[in-house]
Ligand binder design. Structure first.
Ligand SMILES: NC(=O)c1ccc[n+]([C@@H]2O[C@H](COP(=O)([O-])OP(=O)(O)OC[C@H]3O[C@@H](n4cnc5c(N)ncnc54)[C@H](O)[C@@H]3O)[C@@H](O)[C@H]2O)c1
Length: 448
């Protein structure tokens, strides 16, 4: 049996089966994307809750983009299970989309990559030639370092019994224009022939370009530096948002002026970065640099700026309350938004949580209104407001997430219900001049 030729024949006949291991924010849209592209799909998740929810036709992640498009359980070519072995038996290609978080001491936590690999490789038959692709974000070297020992452990040979490859997921949840069926892909593999097979497969999934880029480490590094770059760019603007108010300069005036030059890249300051990628992935690169004895000073400094941004905003907010004579032991603050970025119902690593904890630890009462989130996602130190019209007796409103629902609420009506007319724009998305005309006292990140 020749696994590679079998796969090529299955691609030609249009009956290739693809297994997606890990059905979260990345894996579920990927599985749906492959189904739409005409593949037989086996979706696997270790969580019974995730599997049961998908089998009810519901979305376990809360991502609004895929709320209405979960296939019904009896859809043709749609198989959802907790059993990796079943997917391995039925699929020529296995794609791994499991979490890659950091530990409490900010080191890469590869346990999910290893356990998913273990479940796959122990079920693979010799000579099968199956292709196993890691899509999770990692540092250069993880796919080989984590999986080659497992392949050996189960008596298999890479390149004969099984082939491994890396193809980072790059889509932007909640962003239709950069969804899983549109985004450009890069593929790294030990074997160029496998790379070309995967270019063929992924070209059916996405209308974006698909490139084989050589060894896996190149594709792994390409993904992680995209997020490192973003963290550094945001850190620069966040640092400037701390410096300019001390110079009596509004950062937005500076950015408006600088952006008139053709090669200036504009970023907007905020209360901090969040989500599963930006606050996490740079630690993967830092760790790899450490392993080879090269300091990652710029990457580490950017992390420090962005990680401490909620504490900076906390001290600004405390000062606003103090200078407006709001008693320290009786101050009510309302957060508009809790998810880590606009228009998504994803609260992972949200800077809102650090900001809220700093405030509540100092005796401030914090309430939150976020129309994108269910009530059960919040920590116990904050109160949840379900109807913004019922928000009363607040001293300070803080725009934490730039959801359009938060930007476009009835600011006149909210002002009537306030105890003090104080607003802080933590994302520089509000029309501050208009709010001032309405009678609000305006404050904002990066504004003196
Ligand atoms: N969320 C994003 O915007 C995004 C974008 C690009 C890349 N990524 C990367 O994609 C990867 C996955 O992220 P996510 O946001 O989808 O994570 P997630 O936590 O939403 O989903 C991961 C899923 O994998 C399951 N899982 C864990 N171990 C498993 C195993 N051994 N077998 C089967 N299922 C298992 C979990 O139960 C969970 O449902 C991460 O490496 C992340 O950095 C994320």
């Amino acid at each position: 049996m020749d696994g590679k030729n079998d796969i090529i024949r299955s691609i030609e006949k249009g009956n290739l089966s693809v297994g997606i291991i890990g059905l979260g924010y990345v894996g579920l849209p990927t599985a749906i994307g492959f189904l739409d592209a005409g593949f037989n799909v086996w979706g696997v998740d270790v969580s019974q809750h995730v599997v049961d929810t998908i089998l009810r036709g519901e979305n376990p992640t809360g991502d609004p983009e895929i709320n209405d498009i979960i296939p019904s359980p009896d859809s043709e070519n749609w198989n959802i299970t907790t059993d990796t072995k079943l997917a391995v038996e039925n699929c020529e290609i296995l794609i791994v989309t499991v979490p890659t978080p950091v530990t409490a001491n900010l080191k890469p936590d590869l346990k999910y990559v290893i356990s998913a690999g273990e479940n796959i490789f122990k079920s693979i038959e010799p000579n099968s030639g199956k292709i196993v692709v890691l899509e999770s974000t990692v540092y250069p070297g993880v796919t080989s370092q984590s999986w080659l020992p497992l392949i050996e452990k189960y008596g298999l040979k890479e390149g004969i019994d099984v082939n491994i490859a890396y193809c980072p997921e790059r889509f932007n949840p909640g962003d239709e224009a950069n969804g899983v069926r549109k985004v450009a892909r890069v593929i790294g593999s030990l074997n160029p022939e496998i790379g070309e097979i995967l270019v063929n497969v992924y070209s059916k999934l996405t209308s974006g370009r698909v490139d084989y880029v050589g060894k896996m480490e190149v594709a792994e590094a390409a993904k992680v530096i995209e997020n490192v770059q973003r963290d550094i760019n945001i850190a620069l603007v966040n640092e400037l948002a701390r410096i300019f108010p001390a110079l009596e300069i509004d950062i937005e005036d500076v950015l408006n002026a600088a952006a008139t030059k053709w090669n200036f890249h504009r970023y907007t300051p905020g209360v901090g970065v969040g989500g599963h990628c930006i606050p996490v992935d740079p630690y993967y690169m830092i760790q790899r640099a450490e392993q080879v004895g090269v300091p990652a000073e710029l990457i580490s400094a950017a992390r420090a700026v962005n990680r401490t941004m909620p504490m900076h905003v906390y001290s600004v907010l405390k000062n606003i309350l103090y200078t407006n004579n709001v008693p320290a032991n009786d101050s009510n603050v309302l957060f508009l938004g809790w998810s880590y970025k606009a228009e998504v119902g994803d609260h992972r690593e949200t800077p809102a949580e650090h900001l809220a904890t700093a405030l509540t630890d100092s005796g401030v009462n914090v309430s939150v209104w976020d129309p994108h989130l269910e009530n059960d996602v919040y920590p116990s130190n904050v109160d949840v407001i379900n109807d913004i019209n019922s928000a009363k007796n607040f001293d300070l409103v803080v725009l934490v997430t730039g959801h359009s629902a938060c930007i476009n609420l009835d600011w006149g009506a909210l002002l009537q219900n306030m105890r003090k007319p104080l607003v802080y724009d933590g994302r520089r998305v509000l029309d501050l001049i208009q709010l001032e005309k309405l009678g609000w006292n305006i404050y904002a990140v990066g504004k003196p």
